[in-house]
Structure formats: structure tokens, C-alpha cells
Ligand binder design. Structure first.
Ligand code: ZN
Ligand code: ZN
Length: 429
């Protein structure tokens, strides 16, 4: 028999003031990807206080907590910890004024513009209650506070021996704060967020004087031809029922109008929702780059580097139905939305379920003041996306409402976990 969610949630109300304070503190102290040292320190100290087995430095700055309450299923709960190089403009009393030195050596402003501070708060609230109510349930919970989600830090956690070092989860659960109305949650079975692949392409030509192109191989023209031809990948090679996006996000070459440079560089981002389409698009993009280089008479093959590769986040249908039932019971049917399609944004959460070969479920928890949505009907909202004027994730104005978002997130996470954990010796109080 599974544990009733109410048994895990016992004591939540009394902990909310402290969780709000924690959230505001994390928000005021954001850290860039793989620099989450302060955040990881807070996480590790709290987990130890609560009685969890704690391993630090997993995948550089990640923290993994394990709590076992007898034999039973193993549930993985995941939060991410990193912030973004964004200058906060929310005007909140706990707004970030921090800067940091990024991986390129530049000083940049830092802000929790994706809400990962909320995710850490939720998971620490859940771990506190799991520990306090540990006689009410049986099984093992693995709480993963991963680094660097924005640049695919889940892979660093897996590559650090995660599968061998920690109990094998039967299910992976994760949630993200989103610009849905606060108090609402949303999910869908199947692909929920797209796969993302980035390519850095270095084209080699032969430079020379701008007045004598016949003596050169112009990498600027080569790059331009590639950019245009890449527009045919989605329109001519992807079926009309499939989703894919190919974006050339940067193009650099040359220094001056009358010099033909030796090289040019492109960066490309690809989004897709199913593995076969992902493979086809990646192949087509690389084929076109190589072929355009040949067509230009390039003296060398292009150098193509694949980076920031995240698989699609795919919600296993049966597990998603269980989570949906749990969310409905905990929050009320009217607060549980079904997303009509895969979001083109990406997440590296799928890395855990893929590596563990375990079902995973990912859902969104609304964080926007519901008053902002007064005139919006929810079906239109889901079909057409977030209305203009409501700041979304990565915006300098992204400011989740602390109430009730902290409470709803802890409730959702534990209600979902309760679908897998067994009932313990002590029933609900
Ligand atoms: Zn983000
Ligand atoms: Zn995020």
C-alpha cells in the first residue's frame, strides 16, 4: 500500500515561514552554473541537520541526499541550483545585485531568472518533511540538487558515477516554476520539453584582398550559403506532424570590408521532440555544412563541435497519470492543467530517466500572481502561450510570487512521491 500524501505533508504549515526566508536568501545570492558553492553549502548543511546521508561535490558542485526508511521503492526527486547572467530588474526587496565572473572571464550580473532558487526551496521543504515523517513511509528517497542545469549539468552528475554511487531510482520526479498562474500546475504525457543540441562550426576558407576574390575561398559567402540552406532542413526534411527548430544564433567572420578572412564561425541550436527527428535534423545540418564547404572549394573540412546536448524530457504515460491523480487530489481538479503540446524550451532533467532507464515525470508549477491573468481563459493561455506583459523564465522581471508558490511546490513534490513510497508503520496522524 502506498503512503497517503497527507502523512508526508504533516507539518508543512509550520515550516512555511522558514522556507519563505530561505527562498528570499537564495534569490538574493544567485550563482552561475558550476559556481553554486554557497547554495550547495546551504543544501548540504540543511540535509545533514534533517538526518539525510549527504554527498557533496557530485558533478563538481552538486549535492545528493539519500534517506532510507526500510525496504521499498526508490524515488528520485530533483532540483537544479544555478542562476543566469541576467541583470535583475524586479525591484523586489530581495532582488539580486550580484555579479560574477563567467566561464569566459567576463564580469556579468547574476540573477535567479529561471527560478531554480524556488526549486531548491521546494526540495529542501520536501526533504525536511520526509525526514520528520519518516515513520509514516517506507522506501528510499534520493534528493538530487544538480549543478548547471542551464548548460546541461545533469550529464556531469551522471558522469561522476551517479548510477554506481547512489540507489537506483524506480522513478524520477522533477518540477519547474513557470509563468502559469500561481496555485496551478500543468503537465502532459509524452514529450513535455524538447531535446536541444548546439553546434559550433568553424569554416575554413582562404583569405585575401577584397578586390581579388578569385584568389580566395570566401568563408563569409560559405557561411551565408549554409545559413540559407539550413532553412530547408525543417521545411523539407521534417514531416508536417513533427516539431523541430533550427536556429543559427551567431555568425562571425572577418574584421574589415576589404579583407576576405580565412575563417568564419557559426553557432547553431536545434530543438526536436522525438529521437528519430533529432537524429535526422542533426545529420541534415552537418551534411549541408560539409556540402556547402565542398561547393565553395574550401581547402579544409569544417570543424563541427557538438555541445550542450540535452535529450527531450519525456513523461512516461503511466507514471504521469499517477502524478496527475496525486496533483488533482492535493490541489483540486480545477488547478491541474493539461499542456496541449511540447514546449520548445529544453531541460536536462530527461538525462536522469534516460541514464537510469526509469520512468520520469516533469511538471510545471505556476508562479505568477493570478491577478495578472484575470481576463485570460486557461485554454487560450495553454494554446497561445503566455500573454504579452507577463515575464517568463529568463526575463530580468521574472518574479515568482512566494505565496502560494512555495507551498504548492512542496505539496506537489510530496504528493507525487507518495504515489510510489510505501506506507510505513505509523499511519497518518
Ligand atoms: Zn532556464
Ligand atoms: Zn530552468
Amino acid at each position: 500500500m502506498t503512503v497517503p500524501a497527507t502523512s508526508l505533508l504533516s507539518g508543512l504549515n509550520g515550516r512555511l515561514p522558514e522556507l519563505r526566508t530561505l527562498y528570499e536568501d537564495l534569490h538574493a545570492h544567485p550563482e552561475l552554473s558550476f559556481q553554486e558553492v554557497r547554495t550547495a553549502g546551504i543544501v548540504a548543511a540543511r540535509l545533514r541537520e534533517q538526518g539525510w546521508d549527504v554527498t557533496e561535490g557530485v558533478g563538481a558542485t552538486g549535492v545528493v541526499g539519500v534517506l532510507t526508511a526500510g525496504d521499498g521503492p526508490v524515488v528520485l526527486l530533483r532540483a537544479d541550483m544555478d542562476a543566469l547572467p541576467v541583470k535583475e530588474e524586479t525591484g523586489l526587496p530581495y532582488a539580486s545585485t550580484r555579479t560574477a565572473v563567467d566561464a569566459a572571464g567576463d564580469e556579468v550580473p547574476v540573477m535567479h531568472a529561471c527560478g531554480h532558487d524556488m526549486h531548491v526551496t521546494w526540495l529542501l521543504g520536501a526533504t525536511a518533511l520526509l525526514a520528520a515523517n519518516r515513520h509514516a513511509w517506507r522506501g528510499t528517497v534520493v534528493a538530487v540538487f544538480q549543478p548547471a542545469e542551464e548548460i546541461g549539468g545533469a550529464a556531469a552528475v551522471i558522469d561522476d558515477g551517479f548510477l554506481e554511487r547512489f540507489p537506483r531510482a524506480d522513478v524520477c520526479l522533477g518540477q519547474h516554476v513557470a509563468p502559469l498562474p500561481a496555485g496551478f500546475v500543468g503537465t502532459r504525457p509524452g514529450p513535455v520539453m524538447a531535446a536541444s543540441d548546439s553546434l559550433r562550426v568553424r569554416l575554413t576558407g582562404r583569405g585575401g584582398h577584397g578586390s581579388m576574390p578569385e584568389a580566395t575561398v570566401d568563408p563569409v559567402v560559405m557561411a551565408a550559403a549554409i545559413v540559407m540552406r539550413l532553412q530547408t532542413v525543417v521545411s523539407r526534411e521534417v514531416g508536417s506532424g513533427q516539431q523541430a527548430v533550427v536556429t543559427v544564433g551567431s555568425i562571425h567572420g572577418g574584421t574589415k570590408e576589404n579583407i576576405i578572412p580565412d575563417t568564419a564561425e557559426l553557432t547553431i541550436n536545434i530543438r526536436s521532440t522525438v529521437p528519430a527527428v533529432r537524429e535526422r535534423v542533426l545529420d541534415a545540418v552537418q551534411r549541408i555544412i560539409r556540402a556547402e564547404a565542398v561547393a565553395s572549394g574550401a581547402p579544409e573540412e569544417p570543424e563541427i563541435t557538438h555541445f550542450n546536448a540535452f535529450p527531450a524530457t519525456v513523461n512516461e504515460p503511466q507514471a504521469t497519470a499517477a502524478v496527475r491523480a496525486a496533483l488533482t487530489e492535493a490541489l483540486g481538479e480545477e488547478h491541474v492543467l493539461t499542456l496541449p503540446h511540447t514546449l520548445p524550451a529544453s531541460e536536462d532533467f530527461g538525462t536522469f530517466g534516460t541514464a537510469l532507464r526509469a520512468p520520469s515525470v516533469f511538471w510545471y508549477v505556476g508562479g505568477t500572481d493570478p491577478a495578472a491573468y484575470k481576463a485570460v481563459d486557461h485554454d487560450a493561455l495553454l494554446e497561445n502561450g503566455i500573454p504579452a506583459g507577463i515575464p517568463g523564465n529568463h526575463s530580468p522581471l521574472f518574479a515568482p510570487a512566494v505565496d502560494p508558490t512555495v507551498e504548492v511546490g512542496v505539496t506537489s513534490l510530496l504528493a507525487a512521491a507518495a504515489q510510489w513510497l510505501d506506507a510505513g508503520a505509523e499511519p497518518a496522524r
